[in-house]
Design a protein around this ligand. Structure first.
Ligand SMILES: CC(C)(COP(=O)(O)OP(=O)(O)OC[C@H]1O[C@@H](n2cnc3c(N)ncnc32)[C@H](O)[C@@H]1OP(=O)(O)O)[C@@H](O)C(=O)NCCC(=O)NCCS
Length: 163
C-alpha cells in the first residue's frame, strides 16, 4: 500500500479527530479548536500520512525549548529562541498499524527539525511508548515543567540531541 506524507491542512481536521478518537482514551482527547490553532501556529511541523483511503496518521510538532512540556489540551506556544523540536502527538489509525507509518512520520519530522536548525527533539511519551521512542535515540530526561502533571500517570519526558 502506497503511503504519502504531506503537511497537515485544516481540511484534514475530521480525519485527525477520527484517528485521535481511535488512539486515545476520553481523558486524552484534545479539542478540535486547539488542533486547528496548533496547525495555524506551526504549519511547517504538522504532518499527515495518507493511504488510498485518506489520512491514516498524523504528527503534530513545533519549535520549543529543551525541558519545556506542552500541557495536554493546550495550544502550541512557538518559542522565539527555539532549540528543540517538540513532538506533541503522533497517532496512527488502527487500520494502518504496523506498516511503518509512525517510523516514516518521525523520520521526516526529525529531518525537518534539523532543517530548522533545532539541535534537540523532545516529547512526552504516553501509553507505554517509550520503547518506540528509544528506537529513535530518545531517552528519559528530568524536567521540572509542571505540564507533565497534565498527562496520565506513566507519562515520561524524553529528549534526544544535540542533532
Ligand atoms: C505508537 C504508534 C504511533 C506506532 O505506529 P505504527 O505505524 O504501528 O509504528 P511503525 O509501524 O512505524 O513501527 C515502528 C517500530 O516501532 C515498533 N512499535 C510500534 N508501536 C510500538 C509501541 N507502542 N511500543 C514499542 N514499539 C512499538 C514497531 O514494532 C516497529 O519496530 P520494528 O521496525 O523494529 O519492527 C501507534 O501504535 C499509535 O498510534 N498508538 C496510539 C497513539 C500513541 O500512543 N502514540 C504515542 C504517543 S507518545
Amino acid at each position: 500500500m502506497q503511503i504519502t506524507v504531506r503537511p497537515l491542512q485544516p481540511a484534514d481536521l475530521e480525519a485527525v479527530l477520527r484517528v485521535q478518537a481511535a488512539c486515545y482514551p476520553p481523558s486524552m482527547q484534545e479539542a478540535a479548536g486547539v488542533l486547528l490553532a496548533r496547525l495555524a501556529a506551526a504549519p511547517a511541523t504538522c504532518l499527515a500520512a495518507c493511504d488510498a483511503d485518506g489520512v491514516c496518521g498524523y504528527l503534530f510538532a513545533y519549535p520549543s525549548r529543551l525541558g519545556r512540556v506542552t500541557d495536554l489540551g493546550a495550544p502550541f506556544a512557538v518559542a522565539p529562541n527555539a532549540d528543540t523540536l517538540y513532538l506533541h502527538d503522533l497517532a496512527v489509525d488502527p487500520r494502518a498499524l504496523g506498516r511503518g507509518l509512525a517510523r516514516t512520520l518521525v523520520a521526516d519530522m526529525l529531518e525537518r527539525g534539523r532543517g530548522l536548525g533545532l539541535a534537540h527533539a523532545a516529547l512526552v511519551s504516553v501509553q507505554d511508548s517509550t520503547r518506540f521512542w528509544s528506537g529513535f535515540g530518545f531517552a528519559a530526561r528530568a524536567t521540572n515543567d509542571p505540564g507533565l502533571l497534565t498527562y496520565p500517570p506513566g507519562a515520561v519526558y524524553m529528549a534526544r540531541g544535540p542533532a
